[in-house]
Design a protein. Structure first.
Length: 524
């Protein structure tokens, strides 16, 4: 940790970047170097004057504080500047292209935000009387109708809070259906190599054993290997379509028919539904359950740990086992169905996924997006996402190895590898150099079926001008990697921090600040 000099400022150090002209403050133009709040604050003072407390008998008993709290004291402008400067160090979709493959970091339309902030939506509470939230329940019911219609499925569970949560919902429904049939002995879930990484984790969490199915040389499921493995112990298959190589699984219908014939179920990871919405209905391909990430397809906010939303659509075969609760219209009145009887269509529900009914703010945003686009607009969303990804693929395949380019167009994302770089150079060097170009790096080293993978997803919300700028930056960096430019090995050079030991930071993070003297003693 850099010491503060007598003026209160910290001089720049090599750890703060590779600038050849260090500054007194540590700042680089308007890229401001910001110390920790404990380093800029004084623990002996406070930014406000607090009147001395009236002497009274403490009601805290033995829980009263016996030592100073140790928080730094700052004035109001110091506090505001500190957090504003920290916020400027965050990269966000409102600043520029976010090319993270598989994540679909797309623009969040401001119309969605305006609707979500309307009174009655922004302040709705899950324990309000049903009669006071009829509008909110109608939003949930309308969104559910759209999701069922767009997927060609039979029903939908709205309560799952994220994609992986939705996966668990679908797998638990499959588990309940098998137990109802007296086939609880089916304990194997088949997961292709091209599936999302959460798929095997979800199956294992639900009590199944997972077996991998290899991919073909063109990046798709080896259908022959999958069908050969089907048997009386197989509960089903979890398949991502389009898959994590950015390719459409053309044999999914044949796979579904084979799995059904063998007595299993088909779970489709619908995280990449944004590439086919309005053009392909998963229900027509024999899918029994599929989650939909509202942020990826319907533009609700993504990142920051939530709030997420991953509704799950079900086939008619699995609808009786779907979770509670759900919204239903009875006459002109909307109700929340909390319990089911033997005569109802969810009579064999496996139970609940959450305490309440889901993320109201995400539902409002997603429905706004759907209604503002309409059926034809949603179809164009998929077409533009695929167009942008293929433009990226074909513009870069001469300088970056594209392992599946020969097998035809990609879907919503383009995948490249580090093949062709000079000896000693790899994907991490390209990613770090992109930071100097002003771009967040693409997804690195995923999927694992491609060595040194670089997965790029431009989404449908980026203009050609933005794509051209990113393509130009990535071409430049790739050419430097092919030529063996040594400066790539120490990139980024213009960020507030240069290349860090990310493994050490992840495994041994320093989460509690200590006084420099205490830290030195602890180190000794």
């Amino acid at each position: 940790m850099t010491a503060i000099n007598q003026s209160g400022w910290r001089p720049t150090t090599p750890e703060q970047g590779n600038s050849t002209a260090p500054t007194f403050t540590g700042n680089k133009a308007l890229m401001l170097e910001e110390a920790l709040i404990f380093e800029i604050g004084d623990r002996d003072t406070t930014g406000v004057e607090v009147a001395a407390p009236v002497t009274a008998t403490s009601k805290l008993g033995g829980l009263a504080r016996s030592a100073p709290i140790g928080l730094p004291g700052l004035s109001e402008p110091e506090t505001v500047r500190h957090y504003t400067r920290l916020s400027r160090q965050n990269y966000a979709i409102d600043l520029g292209l976010f090319p993270l493959g598989s994540c679909t970091m797309k623009h969040n339309p401001r119309l969605n935000e305006k609707m979500a902030r309307l009174p009655g939506f922004a302040d709705v509470h899950p324990l309000q009387p049903i009669d006071s939230v009829q509008g909110a329940l109608e939003v949930i019911q309308q969104l559910a109708h759209w999701l069922v219609t767009l997927t060609g499925m039979h029903s939908v569970a709205m309560s799952p809070k994220a994609g992986a949560h939705g996966e668990l919902c679908g797998i638990l429904a499959i588990k309940a259906a098998l137990e109802k049939r007296g086939e609880g002995h089916r304990k194997v879930i088949l997961v292709p190599e091209s599936a999302h990484g959460t798929n095997p984790a979800t199956a294992a969490f639900a009590g199944f054993s997972v077996e991998d199915i290899p991919a073909t040389t063109d990046g798709r499921v080896d259908t022959a290997a999958l069908t050969a493995r089907l048997g009386p112990d197989v509960a089903g298959v979890m398949i991502t379509n389009p898959n994590t190589c950015g390719l459409f699984e053309r044999d999914l219908k044949a796979i579904s028919e084979a799995v059904h014939a063998a007595g299993g179920y088909v779970y489709c990871d619908g995280a990449n539904f944004n590439a086919i919405v309005g053009r392909v209905r998963p229900g027509d391909l024999g899918v029994d359950a599929m989650h939909i990430n509202l942020h990826k397809t319907f533009s609700t906010p993504h990142g920051g740990g939530g709030p997420g939303s991953g509704p799950v659509v079900f086939s008619e075969r699995l609808t009786p086992f779907a979770p509670l609760p759900f919204v239903e219209k009875r006459g002109e009145h909307f109700v929340i169905v909390e319990e089911e009887t033997a005569q109802d269509h969810h009579a064999d529900s496996f139970g609940r996924m959450t305490a309440f009914h889901g993320q109201m703010g995400m539902f409002t945003r997603a429905l706004t997006y759907i209604l503002s686009h309409g059926a034809d607009g949603l179809r164009q969303v998929a077409e533009d996402a695929v167009l942008n990804a293929n433009y990226m693929l074909r513009s870069l395949e001469d300088v970056l190895d594209a392992p599946f380019a020969a097998s035809g167009p990609c879907m919503h994302e383009a995948i490249f590898s580090d093949a062709g770089f000079a000896e000693g150079f790899s994907t991490i060097d390209v990613a770090k150099a992109l930071i100097d170009e002003g771009f967040h790096p693409m997804t690195m080293y995923f999927p694992l079926v491609v060595h040194g993978a670089m997965l790029v997803e431009p989404t449908e919300t980026e203009s050609k001008a933005t794509l051209d700028q990113f393509i130009g930056a990535l071409r430049s960096v790739a050419e430097r990697a092919r030529a063996g430019d040594p400066s790539l090995r120490t990139a980024p050079h213009f960020a507030s921090r240069s290349r860090l030991d990310e493994t050490l930071a992840a495994r041994k993070p320093r989460l509690v600040w200590q006084e420099p003297e205490a830290a030195a003693v602890a180190a000794e």
